[in-house]
Design a protein around this ligand. Structure first.
Ligand code: ZN
Length: 429
């Protein structure tokens, strides 16, 4: 089915001046703002100042972006402990609590403040640029309790003139009926739930051609596989991803090119070594480290999200000049450093997925020969498939493509049940 959209969801900008700013100008602006945000946090947020003191950093010595890039990374996974030792926000709040609008509680437990500034989370731009337009009828299936996802996307949609149906999570049957009954044309939520709703409509006897009005979906919170995107596209729905978190709001969004997510204009993002916090070169996988320079309530500086991605500096055909994140590729605590490069289990699976008819199971075994890391790629073939040199060469090439490392594929008779995708057998003593 072709797109059933009635509106132009592929052109136009929410804020053309900011989105199409010259690249050199943007970099200068963002780097200046990042340093300013650091000074602001040190001055206004006692918890952040204490974090700097603990690490022996004197704020006065941080004058430019080179100094800034050496600052310690504030790890998200350490925040629950910081919050609990000095509740409610570990001293990271830069304004009095009574000036807040809401406080959310996410598992951890961790508390996320929301200030009173209009479009506090910077999500209007995100929903508009993904393709929502004034007058859309949007069903928001994120939770409206405890965590902010439901409310902040609801408000972002309202903010650009959409009408929302705050359906929240679960209740598949009621939601499927609502989707048909109200002729809902916009969806917000995880991608698999949208597919479940469509299947439920079919099960309930609705006619997709007549009863499904869905045109556009913003999906987040789970990996969107190419096959799921294609499956939803086949129902005539445009599906675009956003990278949204409970502490930073809108971090990045897909444009109509659907090839990477543009970084928000209010954030300075570095891709860093998850262990040392050093910025990595373009095109290298690493931890997404964010500085939010527009947030006066809760200034997060060099905040280590724990998410892995790659920065794409290529020019985008949509006309936006911001760098893009090439999707979220897993969690930083799952990576293994091999020959100086970070490798995530998903990169190994990605290579194996190129051989659906041949490869049954795959794992990487890392060993050390002298001072050199050795990467062996063990392949268990499907029954009846011959381990030819040709196949080995093809697999080697795909491994190199996805990990940027030379591996050595070997065909094995067994890969033990429950073994790790990347087995590290290096001895460090
Ligand atoms: Zn673009």
């Amino acid at each position: 089915m072709t797109q059933r959209t009635q509106k132009d969801r592929n052109t136009g900008f929410y804020d053309e001046k900011a989105e199409c700013m010259g690249r050199a100008e943007r970099l200068r602006f963002k780097q200046g703002e990042a340093v300013r945000a650091f000074q602001y946090a040190c001055e206004k947020a006692p918890g952040y100042r204490r974090f700097m003191d603990e690490r022996g950093v004197d704020p006065k010595t941080v004058r430019n972006i080179d100094d800034f890039s050496k600052l310690p990374v504030l790890k998200k996974n350490g925040m629950p402990e910081r919050h609990q030792s000095n509740p409610p926000f570990g001293g990271f709040l830069a304004v009095p609590v009574e000036e807040l609008k809401r406080i959310y509680a996410s598992p951890g437990p961790i508390y996320d403040p929301e200030g009173r500034k209009e479009d506090y989370w910077g999500l209007r731009k995100c929903v508009y640029n993904i393709g929502f337009r004034p007058g859309d009828l949007v069903m928001n299936t994120f939770s409206y309790h405890l965590t902010p996802a439901g409310i902040f996307l609801d408000e972002a949609c309202n903010g650009i003139g959409c009408v929302t149906a705050p359906t929240g999570v679960g209740n598949t049957e009621i939601q499927a009926k609502t989707m048909a009954g109200l002729k809902i044309n916009g969806y917000i939520g995880v991608p698999s739930f949208l597919m479940s709703l469509i299947k439920k409509m079919e099960e309930l006897g609705y006619e997709i051609e007549k009863d499904l009005a869905m045109e556009i979906a913003l999906v987040a919170g789970e990996i969107l596989s190419p096959s799921l995107r294609k499956g939803l596209n086949d129902y005539g729905i445009i599906v675009r991803q956003a990278y949204i978190t409970a502490d930073l709001g809108g971090v990045a969004y897909e444009c109509p090119q659907e090839n990477g997510m543009h970084i928000s204009d209010d954030l300075y993002i570095e891709i860093c070594d998850p262990v040392t916090g050093e910025p990595l070169p373009f095109g290298t996988i690493g931890e997404v480290v964010v500085t939010d320079f527009s947030n006066e309530c809760y200034p997060l500086v060099r905040y280590g999200t724990g998410d892995l991605s790659v920065l794409d500096e290529g020019e985008c055909r949509c006309g936006r000049t911001s760098y893009k994140l090439k999707g979220i590729m897993g969690r930083a605590d799952e990576v293994t450093k091999i020959k100086g490069m970070f490798v995530h289990p998903r990169q190994i699976d990605e290579a194996a997925a190129k051989f659906p008819d041949e490869v049954e199971k795959i794992r990487v075994v890392v060993t050390r020969s002298g001072v050199t890391d050795m990467m062996t790629v063990e392949i268990l073939l499907k029954q009846g498939v011959a381990g030819t040199d040709l196949l080995k060469t093809a697999i080697d090439a795909k491994i190199r493509e996805s990990t940027k490392l030379r591996g050595n594929a070997v065909f094995v008779a067994e890969i033990p049940e429950g073994s790790k995708k990347i087995e590290d057998r290096r001895k460090w003593n």
